[in-house]
Write a protein that binds this ligand. Structure first.
Ligand code: PXG
Length: 289
């Protein structure tokens, strides 16, 4: 697998950057995760746009413009002869010294594109649904490090993941600082109540997920009423259905939260409908290469 770094392709073993890169030293950079389905890059424009928004917010200039970066993504996929997989886009502040000051970072920063075969969640998660828990670590405060910024500093989410794994679960609900449901460690959350969809608004501790937006689009088209509304843990517990959305996970049903069975304890009809429609969309929509 070849890795793109600053305009050149390197074999995996030789794909290296400086230990002085502030992306490593401080998590000073941004990233995106994108899926490719049968030679179609799903929502490439949206992912590129979000990457540049994250970069703009942390005053990071990406050396390439959006069109150039999109081209580089396609070139990397072609070089690796990949038809289905996952793309990780990374832009860092670049090489600096051992101080925080970004002005010390010389050059244009690093742009890295890694492609890989996708490691899917086990099939049983999609068939039977996930059991998840709420963890103590709350999502970053928007006024400290806004969750809208997909920064290279993912410790907030990793700490929550560790708490879930230590308790024997694969995914966790993270609350916002007010105690409302924010999102999971790498996925957004939805509930279904009386055939209406609810997902937390993105103003609090929630990333505006591209899969989340896609689900809202499908819902609108299929006349399923959706609300972006604050959600409490109680509302999750008494929901009819619950599911998570993310580029890696796509749509995964949740059947138990904090020991409470959700609905019938099986993936529900609205979730199954959205999973089917999402799959159909990934087969026909995207940038072809
Ligand atoms: N919330 C968070 C905190 C995320 O990191 C999502 C929601 C879903 O967003 P999209 O746009 O993908 O629908 C993400 C996505 C992983 C992994 O290994 C997941 C993400 C990033 C990196 C790794 O599961 N994020």
């Amino acid at each position: 697998m070849k890795v793109y770094i600053n305009g050149k392709l390197y074999e995996k073993e030789n794909a290296k950057i400086s230990v002085f890169d502030h992306g490593l030293l401080y998590g000073d950079g941004v990233f995106e995760g994108i899926r490719v389905y049968n030679h179609l890059v799903f929502k490439l424009k949206e992912h590129i746009e979000r990457l540049y928004e994250s970069a703009h917010s942390i005053t990071l200039n990406i050396a390439l413009n959006k069109a150039e970066l999109s081209k580089a993504v396609i070139a990397t996929l072609k070089a690796n002869n990949l038809s289905d997989g996952y793309i990780r886009l990374i832009a860092t502040r670049g090489e600096g010294d051992l101080g925080l000051d970004p002005r010390k970072c010389k050059g244009k920063g690093s742009v890295i594109i890694i492609t890989d075969k996708i490691t899917l969640y086990p099939e049983k998660f999609y068939k039977n649904g996930l059991e998840i828990i709420t963890v103590p670590t709350v999502r970053n405060l928007p006024e400290a490090l806004n969750p809208q910024i997909k920064s290279l500093n993912y410790l907030n989410n990793i700490l929550a993941k560790i708490e879930a794994v230590n308790a024997g679960f694969d995914e966790a609900i993270m609350l916002d600082s007010l105690g409302f449901v924010a999102e999971c460690t790498g996925d957004n959350i939805f509930i279904v109540k009386k055939n209406h969809l609810y997902t937390p608004p993105q103003c609090m501790g929630t990333l505006r997920g591209i899969t989340r937006d896609t689900v809202l689009e499908i819902a609108k088209r299929d006349k399923i009423t959706a609300h972006e509304h604050v959600i409490t843990r109680h509302e999750v517990y008494i929901s009819d259905e619950c599911f998570l959305t993310g580029t890696a996970a796509e749509i995964v049903p949740v059947v138990k939260v904090d020991g409470r069975t959700i609905g019938t304890g099986k993936p529900g009809p609205v979730t199954l409908h959205l999973m089917k429609k999402f799959k159909e969309l990934t087969k026909k929509e995207g940038v072809r290469y």
